[in-house]
Design a protein. Sequence first.
Lengths: 382, 382
Amino acid sequence: MTDHSTGLQLRSLIKPDGNLELSLVSVETPAPGPGEVVVRMEAAPLNPSDMGLLFGGADMTTAKAGGTPDNPVVTAQLPPAALRAMAARVGQSLPVGNEGAGVVIETGSSAAAQALLGKTVAVLGGSMYSQYRTLGTGQCLLLPAGTTPEQGASCFVNPLTALGMTETMRREGHTALVHTAAASNLGQMLQKLCIKDGIPLVNIVRSQQQVDILKGIGATYVCDSSSTTFMGDLIEAVAATGATLAFDAVGGGRLAGQILAAMEIAANRTASEYSRYGSTTHKQVYIYGGLDPGPTEFNRAFGTAWGIGGWLLTPFLQKAGPEAAQAMRERVASEITTTFASHYTKVVSLREALQLEHIAAYGRRATGEKYLISPNKGIARG
Amino acid sequence: MTDHSTGLQLRSLIKPDGNLELSLVSVETPAPGPGEVVVRMEAAPLNPSDMGLLFGGADMTTAKAGGTPDNPVVTAQLPPAALRAMAARVGQSLPVGNEGAGVVIETGSSAAAQALLGKTVAVLGGSMYSQYRTLGTGQCLLLPAGTTPEQGASCFVNPLTALGMTETMRREGHTALVHTAAASNLGQMLQKLCIKDGIPLVNIVRSQQQVDILKGIGATYVCDSSSTTFMGDLIEAVAATGATLAFDAVGGGRLAGQILAAMEIAANRTASEYSRYGSTTHKQVYIYGGLDPGPTEFNRAFGTAWGIGGWLLTPFLQKAGPEAAQAMRERVASEITTTFASHYTKVVSLREALQLEHIAAYGRRATGEKYLISPNKGIARG
């Protein structure tokens, strides 16, 4: 048995002088309580939702490498506005990484914990860019036999977000969806899920290359916002599907308002008389990302039955309740190599994750490019 | 008994050439069915919500008077964008006027209808800028003895909107309100209602004069958006009241986003640790008007638990159900000369309502200025 009493952990710290510092620290592995297990982390994705915490709003074009090869330290400057927004975390050395997968190497005394010994599990709960994590059995999702940690590393954020979108659609009385930034890892996963579940989906992307990606996995409706016919294409697709709910990862700019306007025009096509307050169909856009960090702007040319709001997975799961959430997790595990499969462009160690060339690559958040951290890669076992 | 078989009615027509035409037409008064009554209309307010239908987006600075003194006709041009938005009503001669009050002069055979004969009633249902209206008894609200039609003319739109706001607050789990354009007739009414019901209210106005108006009727929190200290004042008022719901009549510009940002800052004051997703308190702004017709713009600097949406009285009442709606109406009737009293700066006849000087005055929608149409004023009885 290896010594796992301590292990490396990636940390993000914003200092009072406005500098971000990324580094590795050695942390003790807590001994597992009765209902807990120790997981040797083998794979943890760098999701867009991780980068916000990791970079803390710093301007990563100012990043500088420091420290030693064994203990790399990266520093970068926060613009003044970002520093104000991050005031509440200044001085706190924060671990990062929402999800991952690994092998259970030690367990507490409970039967549920002991049953997991030697098993490959997907785990959720933060601090996943760590060599070892002590976690409750409730935070572990047992993967089907033969599933590798790399295959199981992204069981929660993207799969549950995709399922959360279709489930929100059902709970709020809609029957079809619009999705933006739709060629992303998540977008492709949502398209596969919608095909499997028979849900009409309108994909919005921003290049012909992205249209091709989605058509390649079987998408019916793909609208290219860089095309001169975009608004007309969107109206036709929304009319054909009857979509009245959109999930928007872009956030800034006019796209959310354009989607609502397209929904309103589509709804009014079937209206029999003029209504000065617009269609009575409720049209909703949930913004769940901020790929465009600029202001959101819209013209309210869509009547009075509309809403724009924030959407986040965790509050959705809380509202859905533990049973519904568990059912979703089990579906993910059973389809993790098909509907919910993720693909990675690069696997890096904890130390490599702090090299400027890799930061530049995964920090770009380019479509289809996704990094995986392998926290025990390249580290001599004790 | 006067001849009320026909009567004048104000009409708004958008022609295919992009001209708005306002005129009076003579219409037959339908004979009342068993459950119906004929109301001689004595008073009908020109609410902001009426002006949208009346003017149809026309540029009223281009208005020209025509016709004859007995049959005045006003024309004005629609800008091309307005004409596109109004495509569905082009060619339809539309009656106007959401609400009013009058005296029941003829009834159908039912007991409920006959009980109203000679009574003063407040009425809702469109086409109120008419001499006579045939309406179901369900559209009539019997006013307390001694109430004049002028006192009862505005029983629905503003009073039910004010009650709809406080009721929405309760139903959606909030405990205090923010209101914009708060020195309006509706705003003053909402302040009186909130004082009576013990609801903390943050009023947002745009001048010191409007601050004085609200302070004069007992307001505690009034924030002047023209002040250099506005944002700080708003944060303090929101923190003091715990308001997490706003009703916004302005619509365009940055105000809705500023309100959400103030709510987020106030919520984070009591947070014990940094949350990268912002406060978990849901913050909501409902836009119910468009005093600023420009685009809405916001920076999403308020976490993920937020919503902006349209709000309209009629769907709210439908959702609340007939019993709740009736209870609200009866409360309005019983407090129509106190909490829900309206004041008018000018009473005009149907013909006077089509004179350019009056159109310029009521079309301005200036704070505190409100016109009342008296549809039978200045018309020889047959």
